[in-house]
Design a protein around this ligand. Structure first.
Ligand code: PLP
Length: 403
């Protein structure tokens, strides 16, 4: 009999969002008139903008013409997109990222899940806690996380870096040295960020201790404060120790069309091995390139009109974030995030657990959010609301909460 990858069997049961979906569907079955407002999942709701759609239409037409048809895309991405990213994303930050250090992909989830293939089998990872669950789960699948303790909800071979109201959501350096450190900034789910000087300390720590940083900047477009870095490469010597992952999902609304990229600087070397060359090898073997039509759409995001439209999208969501943040504060909640990110993180009232507060909001207010404990043990006692709903629904939800 063949054997399965038993690491998959170690993953604890139902995924957070399927549990939420089940609870919501059970509730609506027995409360058919309930007007449920969903401020739970991190998917966008605004359509893709005009300039980007036009670029897609043009690319579709090219695909239907023998003279302009394109087959397989280059594994690492079309140079028109990689050059545009280098020029429009990194040059304005005065950061050096060459086009051939940019690997275009079908999104940040794939990249943040796949990047662990470059790590040694016994490498120890550190994650900020709470955080996007993909980092830990993908390392569990690769057999790198040890055993799961149901009581503490922790993996024995993972270093957790708690980020809570007590430490201002700034993780402390761990007592034990990790090999790889995942940082997600601005953070999903807390919506908080690190200032440049705080991030610089992590870069220095990584360089001094021989660690690799995986920096997930999927929410970079939401940064509004000037002392928050948009890229880890704004920090000195980050090119020696950091890989940066970006997405077109949350800035340009590409969650349904799929596009992202990862920067692997050529300067990251370990014992003579180049992570850049390894990631290129991995891409070449396992990925046949993001679709031409979507890469043209990605290029259009950086056109003058595309950038204006992206700014409007972000403003739309950030207006929601402000409504949620201020509404919750008025209602007496302790609230975090929502300034540089579309996520608002709140402390549950009256020492409720995250799931107790989920049930309360669903049943008493007909609002769906996400229990903080689903993002890691330090998320217990917290709750996430997202700014990705419509403005009207967001206003309505906050009126209900304030009542
Ligand atoms: N990284 C973080 C931190 C996220 O929150 C998400 C989506 O919610 C992703 C990556 C996934 O991005 P993409 O849609 O590009 O796969």
């Amino acid at each position: 009999m063949y054997k399965v990858n038993e690491n998959y069997l170690k993953l604890p049961g139902s995924y957070l969002f399927s549990t939420i979906a089940k609870k919501v569907s059970e509730y609506s079955e027995s409360n058919k008139d309930a007007d449920i407002i969903r401020l739970g999942i991190g998917d966008v709701t605004r359509p893709i903008t005009k300039t980007v759609i036009e670029a897609m239409h043009k690319a579709v037409d090219e695909m239907g013409n023998a003279d302009t048809f394109r087959g397989y895309a280059p594994d690492l991405g079309y140079s028109f997109l990689r050059e545009t990213i280098s020029k429009k994303v990194y040059e304005p930050l005065s950061v050096k990222v060459d086009p051939d250090e940019i690997f275009v992909s079908d999104g940040a989830k794939s990249d943040s899940g796949n990047i662990q293939e470059l790590f040694g089998a016994d490498n120890k990872i550190a994650v900020t806690d709470p955080v996007y669950p993909v980092y830990v789960d993908s390392n569990v699948m690769a057999g790198r996380c040890g055993t799961y303790d149901k009581d503490t909800e922790k993996w024995s071979n993972v270093i957790y870096l708690p980020c809570t109201a007590e430490n201002g959501f700034v993780p402390a350096f761990p007592e034990e040295r990790p090999d790889v450190i995942y940082l997600c900034l601005p953070n999903n789910p807390t919506g908080t960020t690190l200032k440049k000087e705080e991030l610089q300390k992590w870069v220095d720590y990584a360089n001094e201790n021989g660690c690799l940083i995986i920096f997930d900047a999927a929410y970079e477009a939401y940064i509004s404060e000037s002392d928050v870095p948009h890229s880890i490469y704004e920090c000195d010597n980050a090119r020696n120790c950091a890989i940066e992952i970006r997405s077109f999902s949350k800035n340009a609304g590409f969650t349904g069309v799929r596009l992202g990229y990862t920067v692997v600087p050529k300067d990251i070397k370990n014992d003579g091995a180049s992570l850049h060359d390894m990631w290129a090898r991995r891409h070449g073997t396992k990925f046949n390139g993001a679709p031409y039509i979507i890469q043209r759409a990605g290029e259009a995001v950086y056109s003058e009109d595309g950038q204006k439209e992206v700014k409007e999208l972000i403003s739309y969501y950030m207006r929601n974030a402000k409504v949620i943040r201020e509404g919750l504060k008025d209602a007496g909640y302790d609230v975090y995030g929502g300034v540089n990110a579309p996520y608002i993180w709140l402390k549950t009232p009256d020492n409720m657990t995250s799931w107790e507060f989920f049930d309360y909001l669903l049943k008493e207010k007909n609002i769906v959010g996400t229990p903080g404990s689903g993002f890691g043990p330090s998320g217990e006692g917290y709750f996430r609301l997202t700014a990705f709903g419509t403005y009207e629904n967001t206003l309505k939800a906050l009126e209900r909460i304030k009542k």
